[in-house]
Design a protein around this ligand. Structure first.
Ligand SMILES: [Zn+2]
Length: 317
């Protein structure tokens, strides 16, 4: 209870700035790896690893496999921009040997979580070294776009960063981490190629995305789409004005976009209203979280396949 009360006022502020990251770009070799040294552990004691989002957690699990004890903070369906850590999360973080985060300002709860647990827990931003794109909205120029994982090549960078970090903390398993990373990287290469084949089926004039919030910039850049508008142009925490909604509906009509893409982590009410007003479909995608058990999007690779199938189907009509 005490923790919750302490978080509450800060949380309200964070919702307002939710989607934009202004966190500086981290350099893994210069800034992160020097903070990591082999962790002394008892007989049979595994490296205790915490990851923030389900997506970061899935990739960390693929590299660490049986050599790590992994806790993922966010449950499937939770929005990383607006997530509020639970007391159990704080306990897991305080017991961890290392915390893996997306970085680039995605995790609004991160700084106050680390302040609360104190100590000198190593934090590894898996997006270190990725050149971030800027959010396109004029009034938010200069803010970095944190949604790097929607370009598969960026997740290949994550894999290498995670491999290096785990190997520095736990050199005895370095060859296992290297083998896991190489095997997973091959799957990611295949996924990237598959996505390119699939999107080639969408007529070029239809490669326009109206999303719930501007999460698909890296996807659009990599796979040849344009993110033309968003239901929540700033963040799902900031309600758009009536004028912004009217402009969005005008954009949908002008481009003849056949679908509005909602997301599993945000209430689709406004997206559904916009779709009704403009007579287009609502199609749900995975953005900041994997799907839960039985969703068919329980892993990063399955999530990307699910998104691509949905996008191709919606825009190929
Ligand atoms: Zn976002």
């Amino acid at each position: 209870m005490v923790l919750r009360q302490r978080f509450f006022p800060v949380f309200l502020l964070l919702v307002l700035v939710a989607c934009a990251g202004s966190a500086p770009r981290a350099d893994l070799e210069a800034e992160v790896l020097p903070t990591l040294s082999p962790v002394a552990r008892g007989e049979g004691e595994l490296l205790r690893v915490v990851a923030t989002t389900t997506i970061v957690g899935d990739v960390v699990a693929r590299v660490g496999s049986t050599a790590i004890e992994l806790t993922v903070l966010l449950p499937p369906g939770a929005d990383p921009h607006t997530y509020e850590p639970t007391p159990a999360d704080l306990t897991a973080v305080s017991r961890a040997h290392v915390l893996f985060v997306n970085g680039l300002g995605l995790e609004g709860f991160l700084e106050r979580t680390l302040r609360n647990v104190g100590g000198n827990l190593p934090v590894v931003p898996v997006s270190a070294g990725i050149r971030p794109r800027m959010l396109a909205e004029d009034e938010h120029a200069g803010e970095t776009d944190p949604h790097v994982w929607l370009d598969v090549r960026n997740v290949m960078v994550w894999v290498e960063n995670i491999r290096q970090a785990l190997s520095a903390l736990d050199p005895t398993h370095a060859s296992l981490y290297a083998a896991n990373a190489a095997a997973y990287r091959a799957e990611l290469e295949a996924l990237d190629g598959w996505i390119q084949e699939q999107v080639a089926r969408v007529p070029p004039e239809n490669r326009k995305l109206v999303t719930n919030h501007p999460a698909f910039g890296y996807f659009a850049d990599r796979y040849g789409f344009e993110q033309v508008a968003a239901v929540y142009p700033v963040s799902p925490g900031a309600e758009p004005s009536a004028r912004e909604v009217a402009e969005l509906e005008e954009t949908i009509r002008r481009f003849g976009v056949p679908a509005v893409f909602a997301e599993t982590t945000v209430n689709p009410k406004l997206a559904e209203q916009v779709a009704r007003d403009t007579g287009v479909r609502v199609v749900t995608l995975y953005t900041g979280s994997l799907g839960g058990p039985g969703s068919g999007a329980e892993t990063y690779i399955a999530m990307m396949q699910s998104n691509v199938r949905a996008i191709v189907e919606a825009l190929s009509d």
